[in-house]
Design a protein around this ligand. Structure first.
Ligand code: IPE
Ligand code: IPE
Ligand code: MG
Ligand code: MG
Ligand code: MG
Length: 314
C-alpha cells in the first residue's frame, strides 16, 4: 500500500537545503494544529451509530496535505485574526473537503479504491456508511462555523455560513462535480473546462481565502484581492491535480493516477498538453502573487505556495 500523503517534517540538512523548506515547515505545523482542532471537534465513536463516527475519523485522519486549512490560516494572519478562530474555520473547511473526497471516490462517481494512501471509505466500510460519513462531515462544517467560539459576532458567523454554503453547493463545488460527470458524455472546450474547474475546485479555495477577510471584518478591497488570488490559485491547483494524474505515481500521490483520460474527464491537461498546462499554471501563479502586492512581505508564503505546488508529486 502507498504511504499516507502527509507533509513530513524535514529534518536532514539535505532536506533543509531543498526549495521552499520554510514554507513546507509552516505547512507541516499548520497541518498538525488543524488536526488537533479536528480531534477535539469530531465526535468520538459512541452510541448505536458509532460506525458513522469511525468512518468520519477514518477519512479525516488519513493524512492529506491540509492545504485548505493552510490557506485559511495564512490569509487570516494577514489581518491579525486570533488563531483559535481561524483554526476553527480551517477545521470546518477540511471536514467539508473530506466529505467531497469520500463522495468523489464512490462507485457512482470516480470509482476509486485508494485515497490518501489508504482504501477509500466505501471500500474500508461500505457505500452506505461512506455516503453517511460524507453527509455528516458536510453538515458538521456548518455546526463549527455557527458556534460562537468561531467568532463572537453573529453577523460574521452568518456570513461564513452563507459563503461556505454557496461555495460548496450547486453554484460551486457540487455544480462543478455535476459538469465533471456530464463531460464524460459531452466533451468540453477550453472556456467550459475553466468554468468546471473554477466551480468544482476553485469555489472552496475562494472561501478559504476570503474567510480571513470575513473573520477580520476587513475592507471590500481586501475581499477583492483575496478572491482574485484564490480564483487563480484554484484553477492552478486543479491543473496540478490533473498533471499528477497524467504524470504522477500512485506511490507518491496516494491515489489512483492515469484515470482522467480513460474516464473522459475534461481537464486543461487534455486540452493544452502537459507542457502547455504547466505553462498555464506558472502564468496563474504569477498573477495570483500579484493580487497580493499591497500586503508586501506578509504575503510571501501565499505567493510561494502556488509556485511550490506546480512541481508537487502528492
Ligand atoms: C484533491 O484535493 C481533490 C481536488 C480538489 C483536486 P487535495 O489534493 O487537496 O487532497 P488532500 O486533502 O491533500 O488529500
Ligand atoms: C475532485 O476532483 C474535486 C472534488 C470536488 C472532490 P478529482 O476527481 O480530480 O480529485 P481526485 O483526483 O480524485 O483527488
Ligand atoms: Mg472527480
Ligand atoms: Mg476523483
Ligand atoms: Mg484528480
Amino acid at each position: 500500500m502507498s504511504r499516507p500523503v502527509t507533509l513530513s517534517s524535514p529534518d536532514s540538512s539535505a532536506e533543509r537545503a531543498q526549495p521552499f523548506f520554510g514554507l513546507r515547515m509552516k505547512m507541516h505545523v499548520a497541518a498538525r494544529q488543524v488536526e488537533d482542532m479536528l480531534e477535539q471537534i469530531l465526535p468520538q465513536p459512541a452510541g448505536l451509530h458509532s460506525r458513522v463516527h469511525e468512518a468520519m475519523r477514518y477519512a479525516i485522519f488519513a493524512g492529506g496535505k491540509r492545504l485548505r486549512p493552510f490557506l485559511v490560516l495564512s490569509c487570516a494572519k494577514l489581518f491579525g485574526v486570533e488563531g483559535s478562530r481561524s483554526l476553527r474555520v480551517a477545521a470546518a473547511i477540511e471536514a467539508l473537503h473530506t466529505y467531497s473526497l469520500i463522495h468523489d471516490d464512490l462507485p457512482c462517481m470516480d470509482d476509486d479504491d485508494l485515497r490518501r494512501g489508504r482504501p477509500t471509505t466505501h471500500v474500508a466500510f461500505d457505500e452506505a456508511t461512506a455516503v453517511l460519513a460524507g453527509d455528516a462531515l458536510l453538515t458538521i462544517a456548518f455546526e463549527i462555523l455557527s458556534d460562537p467560539a468561531t467568532h463572537p459576532s453573529a453577523d460574521v458567523r452568518c456570513r461564513l455560513v452563507a459563503e461556505l454554503a454557496k461555495a460548496a453547493g450547486s453554484a460551486g463545488m457540487v455544480g462543478g462535480q455535476m459538469i465533471d460527470m456530464l463531460a464524460a458524455e459531452q466533451p468540453l472546450g477550453y472556456n467550459e473546462t475553466v468554468v468546471l474547474q473554477r466551480m468544482k475546485t476553485g469555489a472552496l479555495f475562494e472561501f478559504c481565502c476570503e474567510a480571513g477577510a470575513i473573520l477580520a471584518q476587513a475592507s471590500p478591497d481586501d475581499h477583492d484581492r483575496l478572491r482574485n488570488y484564490a480564483r487563480d490559485f484554484g484553477l492552478l491547483f486543479q491543473i496540478t491535480d490533473d498533471l499528477l494524474d497524467a504524470v504522477g505515481t500512485v506511490e507518491s500521490a496516494g491515489k489512483a493516477v492515469a484515470k482522467d483520460q480513460q474516464q473522459g474527464k475534461a481537464t486543461l491537461v487534455s486540452i493544452l498538453g502537459v507542457a502547455g498546462a504547466r505553462q498555464e499554471a506558472s502564468r496563474l501563479a504569477q498573477r495570483a502573487g500579484a493580487s497580493l502586492e499591497p500586503y508586501g512581505a506578509d504575503a510571501d508564503d501565499l505567493r510561494d505556495l502556488p509556485l511550490f505546488l506546480i512541481d508537487r508529486d502528492a
